[in-house]
Write a protein that binds this ligand. Structure first.
Ligand code: HEC
Ligand code: HEC
Length: 397
């Protein structure tokens, strides 16, 4: 009798604590489930600031901008004196260019007519040329914060800030260097060349002081010019700053769809980019000898800005998509169909991309919204001549 009572009590106590444990377990499980169900924020978009910031050690001045402009158009910066920055970043194409992959060294012509010379052993550039417009704002977040000296650059974020970026094309074989010079020797060669040109000696002295023709200052002048290439007064910007007549009803509807479908989870902030990398599975460009695996060999690429798309076709990191409408069908197919890039598995595609809910009937309305992000009133001034006396912009005629 006594013994039975004890057994009963023990049984009651254990089952009670088991029950309580079960309760506690299901409690935390419940929390995990609700956490999973919490909606991922849709992101937010906004107007660009009216003014841009410069790094502390490279303030922007009118003289610096004009010196940078001359350097940007002067093929003296390239090994064979045949390519300038402007060969691949031309105002006619929104400071990008129109080939899927660019032709630098040993090329001629501009835009779709640009070709390699008959005798050629130089490859295409690895990726589609990015626009220089608004690179002053690279890295700007949803709260409008950014640091110009730390700004993410390139499709794979491999450089920080315009100043660091500017010397990279000069050192790259297929972009500007060519076979004539080693990577370690080319900037000394460029310094030597500029020192031999009286007009550059004078201009560098005005902007930077005595003995100013150095690689660092070449980078600073180029950056000063590029930073000044701002296009921050699109109809979208005016609408967001309060001019409600700047966008049509359909364009506003397109903007709402853009948000609701989930585009702004990545295309967020004033540049419509989170400046992060995402795996999207865009098909490889067959003009490249090896597959481009992007950021840390993960097949992720940086979210591009959606500003000024009218001028910067073709699209994606390798120019594989010709028209905006095709980019839209790419997104429509993304959650369901096979990944276009056969090196990327379905599970690798970014979760935020798989969450997209884009329907065919919404495509045209979203495209109307994207057209409000164009601002064609940017600085297109091309110098009449450059101090070296070489053809302005390189062999682009
Ligand atoms: C042969 C074509 C070519 C030439 C010449 C060239 N670029 Fe580029 N540029 C590109 C390509 C392609 C990219 C994208 C490369 C990547 O992401 O890997 C790029 C990217 C950039 C970017 C990054 C933009 C961003 O949003 O991250 C800047 C800035 C830039 N170039 C400036 C310059 C400057 C300055 C020069 C001259 C010193 C120059 N480029 C010469 C093709 C070129
Ligand atoms: C998961 C993040 C993500 C989402 C969500 C997303 N994008 Fe993108 N978008 C990217 C990335 C990354 C690229 C570049 C991919 C590449 O080149 O490999 C890109 C490229 C683009 C381009 C080409 C731009 C250019 O200059 O090449 C357009 C246009 C575009 N996206 C529009 C949209 C629209 C519209 C939506 C919503 C339907 C959307 N994106 C949703 C990350 C995203």
């Amino acid at each position: 009798m006594h013994f039975r009572v004890i057994v009963c009590l023990v049984l009651v106590i254990t089952s009670c604590s088991l029950l309580m444990n079960a309760c506690r377990f299901s409690e935390s499980e419940k929390r995990a489930v609700t956490r999973k169900k919490e909606p991922v924020p849709l992101g937010s978009i906004s107007a660009l600031p009216e003014h841009y910031l410069s790094p502390e050690d490279n303030p922007t001045t009118a003289e610096k901008i004009e010196l940078g402009r001359l350097l940007f158009y002067d093929p003296i910066l390239s090994g064979n004196k045949d390519v300038a920055c402007a060969s691949c970043h031309h105002p006619e194409f929104g400071y990008a260019e129109s080939l899927p992959l660019s032709i630098g060294v040993n090329g001629h012509g501009l835009g779709e007519r640009r070709r390699f010379n008959a005798q050629n052993d130089i490859p295409f550039t690895k990726r589609n040329s990015q626009t220089i417009l608004n690179t002053a704002f690279n890295g700007i977040d949803e709260n409008g914060n950014y640091r110009p000296d730390d700004a993410p650059m390139f499709w794979d974020l491999r450089a920080k800030g315009l100043e660091e970026q500017a010397l990279i094309p000069i050192k790259t074989l297929e972009e500007m260097r060519g076979h004539g010079f080693q990577e370690a020797a080319i900037t000394d060669e460029i310094e030597r060349r500029l020192k031999n040109i009286g007009q550059y000696r004078k201009l560098f002295k005005n902007v930077f002081g005595e003995n100013a023709i150095t690689a660092v200052n070449i980078g600073k002048a180029l950056s000063g010019f590029q930073r000044s290439l701002v296009a921050n007064n699109s109809r979208f910007d005016r609408y967001m700053r309060g001019d409600k007549s700047a966008m049509s009803i359909r364009e506003i509807e397109g903007m709402q769809l853009f948000m609701n479908v989930g585009c702004a989870r990545c295309h967020s902030g004033p540049m419509l980019s989170d400046y992060k990398t995402h795996v999207m599975g865009v098909v490889d460009n067959e003009q490249l000898a090896v597959s481009d695996s992007g950021f840390q060999r993960s097949y992720a690429f940086r979210t591009p800005s959606l500003r000024n798309l009218r001028f910067t076709r073709p699209y994606m990191h390798n120019g594989k998509i010709k028209e905006l409408k095709e980019v839209m069908t790419f997104y429509e197919d993304l959650p369901g169909k096979d990944v276009p890039n056969r090196n990327v598995k379905k599970e690798q595609i970014d979760t935020l991309a798989r969450m997209l809910k884009l329907e065919f009937r919404d495509i045209n309305t979203i495209l109307e919204f994207l057209s409000t992000l164009n601002d064609d009133k940017y600085d297109r001034k091309i110098p009449a001549s450059v101090p070296s006396g070489l053809p302005v912009g390189g062999k682009i005629k």
